[in-house]
Design a protein around this ligand. Structure first.
Ligand SMILES: [Zn+2]
Length: 479
């Protein structure tokens, strides 16, 4: 996509908090939202003389993500100190990985809204520890520090500058989030900061070398990523158009202003003085372990979407909506396994009525609806035995009560009339009473047919099979 003849180039650094039980270098609990400064110990508080011990699960989780993003795994790698001072970092250094990341040189195929698949390079995935959190409030003077987050394990996923628009960046992030959820290594709660993002943006004319990039730090929602990229691209283009040059700098997104604000330029960028972490051993992962972790990966979201499209004939967009929420896709597949006749009709119900319940916070397991019942209901609709509207009446009952579907259909008189002679009688009555509409239709006003079918449906109190009804009317008028 070009803006005023410029191409936008975006690279993303995604930080995802891992959902291990304990922190990366100590046995403190890794849990969000607990009383401030209660999940701490001498190690994560950086007391002198303490020694870190690497949580093996962190390495396993990162390798799983590496496999999911088609990376090569560095079975032998190290951890490094990144030195800087900030009040939320009691050690005054963060343990990260500098030149040898755990995973490198992978890619992610992203399905765009128009169905195109775009391959985005993944430069590296490394492990590191999170810092604490500064609290600011009008209730107290100055700032307070909560160290609970110190030592929470993170992976940083660094993309190559392969993204060409804000939309592509959003689709990439959504796919990353979906994978993290599927392999169950992160809570992915944006509002709790479990996924955060640094965004690199530059612009250039196609065919020319990449422009100077600016980095936006700590963008914490997908919509802000979109706004940030769009703003930054326009800002850089107008600078260039005005004959100025882009200064390499770090910028901060200000949500209230709706723009990015310069934080520091390259000249005063920090030198982190990376060096190998002397308190930790070299990481050595046996080859069998790497293979074993690969074997534990579930079917990933993209593969699932394509399977729904190819095997079940569902539209790609609907498929991705179902796949995006694991519970929806699990229920969908259980219905298929229970012999559901029409995956297409089923997908409409999963995205419609069932999603409504789930969005209100009710899990399907907590209702009376079973995959078997749902399949039976879809079957009745698919066979034309009841209408979709009647299906809704049945659905509203079987989600609350454990009842037999056919007896509900009987009791409420919901069975669709497909019997030809009954439908003919209805058609005769409607045609006799609507001669003008018949004449209209014969005169070329084709939408008069819809009106006539509607009248038949009304007369049958919604029980006539609309498809069969339409055919009978057509036959009668045209014959
Ligand atoms: Zn601790």
């Amino acid at each position: 996509m070009l803006i005023n003849g410029y191409e936008v180039v975006v690279g993303l650094e995604v930080h995802a908090e891992l959902n291990t039980k304990t922190k990366i270098y100590c046995s403190c609990r890794n849990s969000f939202g607990l009383e401030v400064n209660t999940q701490v110990c001498p190690i994560c508080l950086g007391m002198p003389g303490t020694l870190p011990t690497l949580n093996e699960k962190v390495v396993e989780y990162a390798i799983k993500m590496g496999h999911a993003l088609n990376c090569s795994i560095n079975r032998i790698c190290k951890q490094d100190r990144k030195n800087y001072f900030y009040p939320d970092l009691p050690k005054s250094y963060q343990i990260s990985q500098a030149d040898i990341p755990l995973c490198h040189d992978g890619y992610l195929d992203v399905i765009m809204d128009n169905g195109d698949v775009k391959r985005i390079g993944v430069e590296r995935i490394h492990i590191e520890e999170d810092a604490g959190k500064l609290l600011h409030s009008d209730k107290f003077e100055g700032s307070l520090v909560d160290f609970n987050r110190c030592g929470v394990p993170l992976i940083e996923i660094v993309s190559r500058p392969d993204l060409r628009s804000a939309e592509e960046a959003k689709a990439y992030l959504e796919t990353i989030r979906s994978i993290l959820k599927y392999i169950d290594i992160s809570d992915c709660k944006m509002q709790e900061g479990s996924i955060r993002c640094d965004v690199n943006v530059s612009v250039h004319k196609p065919g020319e070398p990449f422009g100077t990039r600016c980095e936006m730090k700590n963008v914490n929602s997908f919509s802000t990523v979109v706004k940030g990229i769009e703003f930054e691209a326009r800002r850089q283009i107008s600078e260039l158009e005005a004959g100025r040059t882009i200064v390499q700098e770090t910028r901060r997104w200000d949500d209230q202003l709706g723009e990015s604000v310069a934080m520091r330029s390259k000249e005063d960028a920090q030198d982190y003085r990376y060096f190998p972490e002397p308190d930790l051993l070299t990481i050595v992962v046996p080859e069998e372990k790497v293979a074993e972790l690969k074997a534990t990966l579930p079917e990933l979201p993209n593969a699932k979407i394509m399977r729904y499209v190819n095997d079940y004939g569902i539209g790609r967009y609907d498929a991705s909506m179902i796949v995006d929420v694991i519970e929806k896709s699990e229920f969908f597949e259980k219905c298929i396994a229970a012999g559901c006749k029409s995956p297409k009709i089923l997908s409409n119900w999963v995205l419609g009525e069932i999603s409504k319940f789930m969005n209100e916070g009710t899990a399907i397991e907590d209702t009376k609806l079973t995959p078997e019942k749902m399949s039976e209901l879809v079957g009745l609709i698919a066979d034309g035995k009841i209408s979709t509207a009647a299906g809704k009446t049945v659905f509203d009952i079987i989600i609350k009560e454990d009842r037999d579907i056919l007896s509900i259909v009987e009791e409420k008189g919901l069975a669709q009339v497909s019997d030809e002679s009954a439908l003919e009688a209805i058609a005769d009555e409607v045609l006799a009473a609507n001669e003008k509409s018949v004449a209209d239709y014969l005169g070329g006003k084709t939408n008069a047919l819809g009106y006539l079918v509607g009248q038949c449906m009304k007369l049958s109190k919604g029980k006539a099979n609309p498809g069969a009804m339409k055919e009978i009317i057509l036959k009668k008028i045209s014959g």
